[in-house]
Design a protein around this ligand. Structure first.
Ligand SMILES: NC(=O)c1ccc[n+]([C@@H]2O[C@H](COP(=O)([O-])OP(=O)(O)OC[C@H]3O[C@@H](n4cnc5c(N)ncnc54)[C@H](OP(=O)(O)O)[C@@H]3O)[C@@H](O)[C@H]2O)c1
Length: 97
Protein backbone atom coordinates (compact mmCIF):
# COMPACT_ATOMS: atom_id res chain seq x y z
CA UNK A 1 0.00 0.00 0.00
CA UNK A 2 1.37 3.36 -1.01
CA UNK A 3 0.31 6.43 0.94
CA UNK A 4 1.42 9.78 -0.45
CA UNK A 5 1.55 12.47 2.18
CA UNK A 6 2.03 9.45 4.40
CA UNK A 7 4.10 11.21 7.03
CA UNK A 8 1.45 13.88 7.62
CA UNK A 9 -1.37 13.90 10.14
CA UNK A 10 -3.98 12.22 7.97
CA UNK A 11 -1.42 9.95 6.32
CA UNK A 12 -0.35 8.60 9.71
CA UNK A 13 -3.97 8.15 10.72
CA UNK A 14 -4.77 6.21 7.55
CA UNK A 15 -1.61 4.11 7.86
CA UNK A 16 -2.45 3.13 11.46
CA UNK A 17 -6.00 2.26 10.44
CA UNK A 18 -4.86 0.13 7.49
CA UNK A 19 -2.36 -1.78 9.61
CA UNK A 20 -4.52 -2.27 12.71
CA UNK A 21 -7.97 -2.72 11.18
CA UNK A 22 -7.12 -4.28 7.84
CA UNK A 23 -3.84 -6.04 8.56
CA UNK A 24 -2.04 -4.45 5.64
CA UNK A 25 1.42 -6.04 5.81
CA UNK A 26 3.50 -3.62 3.78
CA UNK A 27 3.21 0.14 3.60
CA UNK A 28 5.18 2.77 1.73
CA UNK A 29 4.85 6.30 3.11
CA UNK A 30 5.91 9.01 0.68
CA UNK A 31 6.48 12.69 1.23
CA UNK A 32 8.94 15.27 -0.03
CA UNK A 33 11.07 15.05 3.14
CA UNK A 34 10.65 11.33 3.61
CA UNK A 35 12.29 10.09 6.80
CA UNK A 36 13.43 13.67 7.53
CA UNK A 37 9.83 14.73 8.13
CA UNK A 38 8.80 15.50 11.69
CA UNK A 39 7.76 12.36 13.58
CA UNK A 40 8.53 10.12 10.58
CA UNK A 41 11.01 7.88 12.44
CA UNK A 42 8.57 7.51 15.33
CA UNK A 43 5.75 6.66 12.93
CA UNK A 44 7.92 4.05 11.22
CA UNK A 45 8.74 2.47 14.58
CA UNK A 46 5.11 2.53 15.69
CA UNK A 47 3.81 0.87 12.52
CA UNK A 48 6.62 -1.67 12.56
CA UNK A 49 5.76 -2.55 16.17
CA UNK A 50 2.17 -3.05 15.00
CA UNK A 51 3.44 -5.68 12.56
CA UNK A 52 3.83 -3.88 9.25
CA UNK A 53 6.82 -3.61 6.98
CA UNK A 54 7.21 0.16 6.60
CA UNK A 55 9.24 2.04 4.02
CA UNK A 56 9.44 5.83 4.11
CA UNK A 57 10.61 7.47 0.91
CA UNK A 58 11.31 11.05 -0.17
CA UNK A 59 9.27 11.86 -3.26
CA UNK A 60 7.62 15.03 -4.54
CA UNK A 61 4.50 13.64 -6.18
CA UNK A 62 4.06 16.82 -8.20
CA UNK A 63 7.25 15.84 -10.03
CA UNK A 64 6.32 13.30 -12.70
CA UNK A 65 9.80 11.77 -12.87
CA UNK A 66 10.01 11.30 -9.10
CA UNK A 67 6.49 9.88 -8.99
CA UNK A 68 7.19 7.41 -11.79
CA UNK A 69 10.31 6.23 -9.98
CA UNK A 70 8.31 5.81 -6.78
CA UNK A 71 5.56 3.81 -8.47
CA UNK A 72 8.12 1.65 -10.22
CA UNK A 73 9.70 0.90 -6.83
CA UNK A 74 6.46 -0.45 -5.40
CA UNK A 75 5.86 -4.11 -6.28
CA UNK A 76 2.73 -4.42 -8.41
CA UNK A 77 1.06 -6.62 -5.80
CA UNK A 78 1.09 -3.70 -3.34
CA UNK A 79 -0.23 -1.08 -5.74
CA UNK A 80 -3.87 -1.46 -4.86
CA UNK A 81 -4.52 2.03 -3.56
CA UNK A 82 -2.77 5.33 -3.14
CA UNK A 83 -3.91 7.90 -0.61
CA UNK A 84 -3.03 11.19 -2.17
CA UNK A 85 -2.84 13.76 0.60
CA UNK A 86 -1.46 16.77 -1.23
CA UNK A 87 -4.10 16.38 -3.90
CA UNK A 88 -6.97 16.89 -1.49
CA UNK A 89 -7.41 13.46 0.07
CA UNK A 90 -8.55 11.65 -3.03
CA UNK A 91 -8.17 7.90 -3.16
CA UNK A 92 -7.01 6.59 -6.47
CA UNK A 93 -7.20 3.07 -7.75
CA UNK A 94 -3.96 2.15 -9.49
CA UNK A 95 -4.84 -1.43 -10.16
CA UNK A 96 -7.67 -3.77 -9.23
CA UNK A 97 -7.55 -4.68 -5.51
N1 LIG B 1 -6.12 17.22 9.01
C1 LIG B 1 -7.41 17.45 8.76
O1 LIG B 1 -8.27 17.40 9.67
C2 LIG B 1 -7.89 17.74 7.36
C3 LIG B 1 -9.24 17.93 7.13
C4 LIG B 1 -9.68 18.17 5.82
C5 LIG B 1 -8.77 18.25 4.78
N2 LIG B 1 -7.45 18.10 5.04
C6 LIG B 1 -6.53 18.18 3.91
O2 LIG B 1 -5.89 16.91 3.79
C7 LIG B 1 -4.55 17.11 3.37
C8 LIG B 1 -3.59 16.49 4.39
O3 LIG B 1 -3.84 17.03 5.68
P1 LIG B 1 -2.83 16.74 6.87
O4 LIG B 1 -3.45 17.33 8.08
O5 LIG B 1 -2.43 15.31 6.89
O6 LIG B 1 -1.58 17.65 6.43
P2 LIG B 1 -0.06 17.51 6.87
O7 LIG B 1 0.05 16.96 8.24
O8 LIG B 1 0.57 18.83 6.55
O9 LIG B 1 0.51 16.40 5.88
C9 LIG B 1 0.70 16.65 4.51
C10 LIG B 1 1.60 15.55 3.99
O10 LIG B 1 1.77 15.69 2.59
C11 LIG B 1 3.16 15.73 2.28
N3 LIG B 1 3.29 16.48 1.05
C12 LIG B 1 2.95 17.76 0.79
N4 LIG B 1 3.23 18.08 -0.47
C13 LIG B 1 3.76 16.97 -1.05
C14 LIG B 1 4.24 16.66 -2.34
N5 LIG B 1 4.27 17.56 -3.32
N6 LIG B 1 4.70 15.41 -2.57
C15 LIG B 1 4.70 14.47 -1.60
N7 LIG B 1 4.25 14.70 -0.35
C16 LIG B 1 3.79 15.94 -0.08
C17 LIG B 1 3.81 16.33 3.53
O11 LIG B 1 5.16 15.99 3.72
P3 LIG B 1 6.36 16.87 3.08
O12 LIG B 1 6.15 18.28 3.54
O13 LIG B 1 7.60 16.22 3.62
O14 LIG B 1 6.24 16.71 1.61
C18 LIG B 1 2.98 15.60 4.60
O15 LIG B 1 3.46 14.27 4.77
C19 LIG B 1 -4.35 18.61 3.23
O16 LIG B 1 -4.58 18.94 1.86
C20 LIG B 1 -5.42 19.19 4.12
O17 LIG B 1 -5.82 20.47 3.67
C21 LIG B 1 -6.99 17.85 6.30
Amino acid sequence: MLITGGTGALGALVARHLVVEHGIPSIVLASRRGIEAERAPELQTELTDLGAQVTIVACDVSDRTELEALLDSVPEAFRSLAWSMPLGCSMTALSPP
